[in-house]
Design a binder for this molecule. Structure first.
Ligand code: INI
Length: 160
């Protein structure tokens, strides 16, 4: 019986040997840097080696999908963590950026078969973003890192 992903219990994850990319959106970088730090903490906790982590940056969340797709197509990474922060303003710009980031990130993972995590905060206030990017394991970058390792291991198992 194949066991990977076969239980609803949170799996014991070992990220040793996995190659993981982090792509950060520079807009609101005072928050996104903290999401990046959370992602690095999560990856380190799960055994992903420093040398196996690649980091790159794009201007804003709108640009995350293209960078993720191009990177996924190289075949050089087992999973990608997209990080960004979109804070609601007075115009409909928020909806366009959030919607296209989410749609494009989903498209990147479905068309390439490489897991791409949606570590993008879509919040009403800066305080909500600060609350989700702190030093604990509830940092959304850390949560995205755990998801990246779980999905990379699952995809490896399903395609072995
Ligand atoms: N990009 C973000 O990542 N967060 C935001 O809150 C944001 N706002 O509010 O405008 C934002 N805009 C830039 C956008 O992602 C693109 O970089 C820009 O439109 C150029 O394509």
């Amino acid at each position: 019986m194949t066991r990977a992903g076969s239980s609803s219990a949170i799996p014991d994850l070992d990220g040793t040997g996995l190659r993981i990319a982090i792509i950060g959106a520079r807009f609101n970088d005072h928050i996104v840097t903290n999401l990046r730090d959370g992602a690095l903490r999560g990856l380190e906790r799960l055994g992903v080696a420093d040398n196996d982590i690649m980091e790159s940056w794009v201007p804003g969340a709108f640009e995350l999908p293209l960078a993720a797709k191009v990177l996924a197509q190289t075949g050089k990474v087992d999973a990608i963590i997209c990080l960004g922060t979109v804070i609601k303003g007075d115009t409909p710009h928020f909806e366009y950026v959030c919607g296209e980031a989410a749609r494009g990130i989903q498209d990147a993972q479905l068309t390439t078969g490489i897991p791409v995590m949606f570590g993008v905060l879509t919040v009403n206030t800066e305080q909500q973003a600060i609350d989700r990017s702190g030093p604990g394991i509830d940092n959304k970058g850390d949560e995205a890192a755990v998801g990246a390792v779980e999905m990379a291991l699952l995809v490896k198992c399903l395609t072995a």
